[in-house]
Design a protein around this ligand. Sequence first.
Ligand code: CUA
Length: 325
Amino acid sequence: MRVVALGAAALVLAGCGSKQDALAAHSSAAHGISSLWWNMLIGSSLAFGIVACVLGMAWIRRRRPGVPGVRDGDRVAWGVVLGLGIAVPILTISALFFYSDIFLIRQTGVPTANAAPADRVKLKVRVIGHQFWWEIRYPGTPVVTANELHIPVRTNVEVLLSTRDVIHSLWVPELNKKTDLIPDQVNTLLLYADKPGRYRGQCAEFCGLQHAHMGIYVFAQPAAAFHRWLAAQARPATRASALFDAKCGSCHQIRGTPAGSHVGPDLTHVGSRSSLAALTIANSPARMREWIHDPQRVKPGSAMPAVPLTNVQVNELASYLEGLR
Ligand code: CUA
């Protein structure tokens, strides 16, 4: 009983928070996937419904031979068993099998089938998986960011996927299918959003303790806003912090300052992001202080260590980072 109640609660709560809905498609690729899902549901419900009806008839007439409502039922009964009970389910399920198989082959069988023609790809972005966050790079620019991927709306964006450690999988259900990030390999995923908005994505391959907290936002923006954002991100930081260099510089980069390490996320414009720790917490001065003070309490198992700091230093670092917009 408790298990059932917990399961029901989990199902209800799963609908809370940021929407992440494979049936709310915002690209032609995602429309293909949601149509497949609906057609599979309708087809299999039909087959199941027919078999359930036949079972129901058998139960009603379990003490007498024949079919309800039919006199001299023997031949009809055989017809029901062979037709509705065997032929219809086999035909329906086989049709669904071939339908979904052909869909999968068209998605994955031919390497170029899911990539847009080269001339239609307007932007290339690199996404690199880390335990447990996403590094995002815009080739041809100095822009490096984390966990928040900005793309222009109604534009084909080719995402080149790789990983620094284990296998991850990028899944933004409203925009496209899952694609794995595999060591020593570059996979590509086409992202397209038909309207501006924030689309939530998630790591979909178990990658360790904080796999569930490896979220990503895709912000689809009008082209002009996207280019303004990209130009702002390309600028180096205007201010350096000796405290940051000393305490955090061995893991993080802030372009334009001596801090230049690539172990953790690039923080050049961290103040402009909406979230921290791969969507684990919102980006606010209070949460930033909490995150710097005790990262293992906020995200146990993440690579971010608790650096010994006084409260004054935590406040100084947090306000410095929040100022990097
Ligand atoms: Cu990365 Cu799961």
